[in-house]
Design a protein around this ligand. Structure first.
Ligand code: NAP
Length: 290
């Protein structure tokens, strides 16, 4: 990285917590590979201060902002304009500048779902069009993934959650393709897995040592017809990924999504194609050092 000067543009991630974010490694590698005099830092911003951080972005002239928990809704409400995906989700993970009639505006987008699809396509060639998809979990990541799969033409997007009431609005993002399965209904869940082409883990189950499969799923339900995508990337091989792979399924972890959602941010801020190889290498180095 070049030494910052008075001309250096600054981009940042805000979150709480934020100190373990891989975003500085990814984005600084991107700026360096693009030959840009930009630097990317992490700001710890306490819950409830997301709108203040957007105001600070205006004051300080930050070039771009990545947004992580718990600020995604507050930031979406504080910018001048939302791109369509952020508007439909009501959350944003990216803020950048866009020309407006009366000068530049702060515009926000959610790149998680698009990044997920980019990663699946890049890593496996998977195209959701006409396919049956099952998403485990009904939180923020599930919402992004469900909307992206439906927009990409999935035939069905079923959401399985331990609280079916939480799954309903998530499945609704998929319109007529959306459906809900209660995780406690093991027969219905087994049927949904049996009929799925793609199974996505959007729960945190698998991150902690000693975790099993989400919803204590039977690994024997997976087979060679399945693509299993775990959004977790540490550990690189979760129990779900290990079980599914052992049964012949194609598997991916969440690292590709992390890289591609960041790549979309780089493209939004700089207007340049993101240097994916440099970003992937930086992510792997950062995980190895963590
Ligand atoms: P979130 O908003 O907190 O949602 C978590 C979901 O998982 C909720 O539906 C929650 O259900 C469910 N859940 C939590 N613990 C569970 C358990 N023990 N058993 C069954 N279900 C459980 O979190 P998120 O932001 O969506 O993130 C979900 C996962 O995706 C995390 O592992 C996160 O690291 C990963 N992620 C990865 C990327 C990437 O770039 N690769 C991006 C975003 C997220 P309740 O509501 O009932 O608690």
């Amino acid at each position: 990285m070049r030494t910052p000067s008075a001309a250096t543009r600054v981009a940042a991630v805000i979150g709480d917590p934020v100190s373990h974010s891989l975003s500085p490694a990814l984005h600084n590698a991107a700026f360096s590979a693009l030959g840009l005099d930009w630097v990317y830092v992490a700001f710890h911003v306490a819950a409830g201060e997301g709108a203040a951080a957007v105001a600070a972005m205006r004051t300080l002239g930050l070039a771009g902002l990545s947004v992580t928990m718990p600020h995604k809704s507050d930031v979406a409400a504080a910018v001048d304009r939302l791109r369509p995906t952020a508007a439909r989700l009501g959350v944003a993970n990216t803020v950048g500048w866009a020309p407006g009639a009366a000068g530049d505006l702060l515009e926000a987008e959610s790149t998680d779902g698009g990044g997920f699809l980019d990663a699946l396509k890049g890593d496996t060639g998977f195209d959701p069009a006409g396919r049956a998809c099952l998403v485990l979990g009904a939180g923020g990541a599930a919402r992004s993934v469900v909307l992206a799969l439906a927009d990409a033409g999935a035939d069905s997007v079923t959401v399985a959650a331990r609280r079916p009431g939480a799954a309903e609005p998530v499945a609704a993002l998929a319109g007529g393709a959306g459906a809900v399965v209660a995780a406690a209904d093991s027969g219905a869940l087994a049927g949904a897995i049996g009929g799925a082409d793609l199974v996505v883990n959007a729960t945190p189950v698998g991150m902690q040592a000693g975790d099993g499969l989400p919803f204590d799923l039977d690994g024997g339900l997976f087979g060679s017809r399945h693509l299993v995508a775990d959004l977790i990337y540490v550990p690189a091989t979760t129990p779900l990924v290990a079980e599914a792979r052992a049964r012949g399924a194609t598997t991916v972890n969440g690292l590709g999504m992390l890289i591609h959602q960041a790549a979309r941010q780089v493209e939004m801020w700089t207007g340049r194609p993101a240097p994916l190889e440099a970003m992937s290498a930086a992510a792997l180095r950062a995980i190895a050092h963590d």
